[in-house]
Design a protein around this ligand. Structure first.
Ligand code: NAG
Ligand code: NAG
Ligand code: NAG
Ligand code: NAG
Ligand code: NAG
Ligand code: NAG
Ligand code: NAG
Ligand code: NAG
Ligand code: NAG
Ligand code: NAG
Ligand code: NAG
Length: 384
């Protein structure tokens, strides 16, 4: 048993003890910090539950005694509330059951309150269910976790632990994880998405995204990410979305590369804009990029790939050339890779690829605030 598994067992043990609320946060945080898809295996949750159910009865009267009395709050004219708790203390025990209970094309917002814990399930929010909010208890204490890969799900696009096709989806304070094994160099079919965001007008506040290759499928539509933690190795923010990432911590878990070696073993983004008629792009503002490996900021998945990093700190894991055109020089004329007022050793642009642009104030302005995603038309403040 290695450190990560021990951590995980502690975490599961805490779920079943009367120390639940005292220890969970700390253990979950340790667990996430140690998370390494290379060594992680999905525990058989049914065994864990039945095994610990016994202890539960001995130590406390009912785990539901700890459940907050004011959850779910009463519905209002504009909002319905339902809740999810693994231990059966509220409306549903799985997130998918709660989503299934939401009415089709409801004009009201439905807030799905999700209690602390790891929800081992694959979740789909279909196109017919707009206006859903997932409200977790913190990205280090609430997570939806699955382990499909491109191979196991007939393609990367279907491997997401969570797949959102609906518009106006909001997630607050929870994590999306794919715990499939981290691909070894040269592996085929090991891409493993944590979430696919395919609906327009989606917002993520204080969320975590954990995986290795292809963690966050920012597929299409306008999306907002604030105060998020995003972890992966290869192309771990990819897709054709038009998205604004603010104050996010971006962490590479690519294998450490020996000093002086020229190998590149990861990339933060693979933006998929295919033509100049589209207006998609990824804008990062006030983020940090760090972790391990030797990686590019982006590779040109499609010819008009558009990515800008502004006011972002970058550690020395960024390769000096910064970006990659997928060995297709015809893309150099059409891709748009910009950097604006970034800092840290990885932000030195002296040896950047010739097509990488140091943006001036005017050029950068489009990418610096939420008007990039037409936020005035749809983005509600966090507390709404
Ligand atoms: C997911 O985890 C389960 C349980 O450990 C395992 O049986 C299954 O093979 C895994 N799937 C993939 C695609 O790794
Ligand atoms: C909610 O709807 C009821 C009945 O239609 C109405 O009387 C009430 O004023 C509404 N409340 C708000 C806050 O809009
Ligand atoms: C959820 O649980 C609350 C409290 O028990 C209850 O009032 C409400 O009707 C339930 N909602 C659904 C959709 O089951
Ligand atoms: C619900 O979704 C529809 C379609 O996406 C959208 O037009 C509407 O503004 C949303 N309503 C709320 C309350 O978010
Ligand atoms: C939830 O997310 C908000 C917005 O990012 C953040 O300010 C807040 O601290 C988070 N709360 C918890 C409990 O994680
Ligand atoms: C995916 O499937 C292909 C074809 O069956 C196989 O060669 C490859 O090893 C598989 N990849 C993984 C990561 O299991
Ligand atoms: C930049 O991000 C950091 C860390 O997330 C945050 O503490 C700080 O307030 C942000 N600055 C601005 C101007 O938003
Ligand atoms: C960006 O840097 C330039 C000079 O390098 C400076 O004039 C400008 O004020 C900075 N802008 C911001 C928003 O920090
Ligand atoms: C940037 O990189 C170049 C080339 O490696 C180097 O000569 C220069 O000193 C670096 N600048 C800073 C500020 O580190
Ligand atoms: C910014 O760059 C653009 C494109 O190169 C150029 O047309 C413009 O004059 C520059 N603006 C400033 C203020 O330097
Ligand atoms: C956002 O930036 C645009 C320039 O692209 C500017 O016109 C607008 O005033 C800014 N909006 C906010 C809210 O700062």
């Amino acid at each position: 048993m290695n450190l990560k598994l021990i951590c995980f067992s502690l975490f599961i043990a805490a779920l079943a003890s009367n120390q639940y609320f005292l220890n969970l946060h700390v253990l979950f945080f340790e667990y996430l910090n140690n998370f390494n898809p290379k060594t992680f295996s999905l525990p058989l949750i049914s065994t864990l539950i039945s095994h610990h159910h016994h202890d539960e009865k001995k130590t406390i009267k009912s785990i539901c005694d700890y459940f907050p009395l004011d959850i779910p709050p009463p519905d209002t004219n504009t909002t319905s509330f339902i809740c999810v708790d693994r231990n059966g203390c509220c409306n549903f025990t799985t997130v998918q059951a709660a989503v299934d209970a939401v009415g089709v094309l409801s004009p009201k917002r439905t807030i799905i309150w999700i209690n602390n814990g790891i929800y081992f399930e694959k979740v789909i929010v279909p196109k017919t269910k707009p206006n859903i909010t997932f409200q977790g208890q913190g990205f280090t204490s609430t997570a939806i976790v699955w382990n499909d890969t491109a191979n196991s799900s007939h393609g990367t696009f279907y491997s997401g632990s969570v797949q959102v096709f609906a518009a106006n989806f909001i997630a607050k304070n929870l994590s999306f994880m794919n715990v499939a094994p981290m691909p070894a160099p040269g592996d085929v079919g090991a891409q493993a998405v944590a979430i696919r965001v395919a609906g327009d007008q989606s917002a993520f506040w204080g969320c975590g995204f954990f995986g290795a290759q292809d963690t966050l499928h920012d597929d299409r539509g306008r999306h907002y990410f604030k105060d998020c933690y995003i972890q992966g190795s290869i192309d771990f923010i990819f897709g054709n979305g038009k998205s604004f990432y603010e104050n996010c911590r971006i962490t590479s878990i690519a294998n450490p590369v020996p000093l002086g070696a020229r190998v590149i073993n990861g990339a933060v983004t693979a933006h998929g804009r295919a033509s100049k008629d589209e207006n998609s792009g990824f804008a990062f503002v006030n983020c940090s990029v760090g972790g391990t490996g030797r990686i590019w900021l982006g590779r040109a998945w499609r010819p008009f790939s558009t990515v800008v990093f502004s006011l972002t700190t970058m550690s020395d894991i960024i390769a000096p050339e910064g970006w990659n055109d997928l060995n297709d020089p015809t893309r150099d004329q059409s891709i748009f890779y910009g950097e604006y007022n970034c800092s840290g050793p990885g932000a030195n642009m002296t040896l950047r690829a010739p097509y990488a642009q140091r943006l001036n104030d005017t050029q950068a302005s489009t990418f610096l605030n939420v008007s990039f995603i037409d936020a005035d038309q749809w983005l509600q403040p966090y507390n709404m």
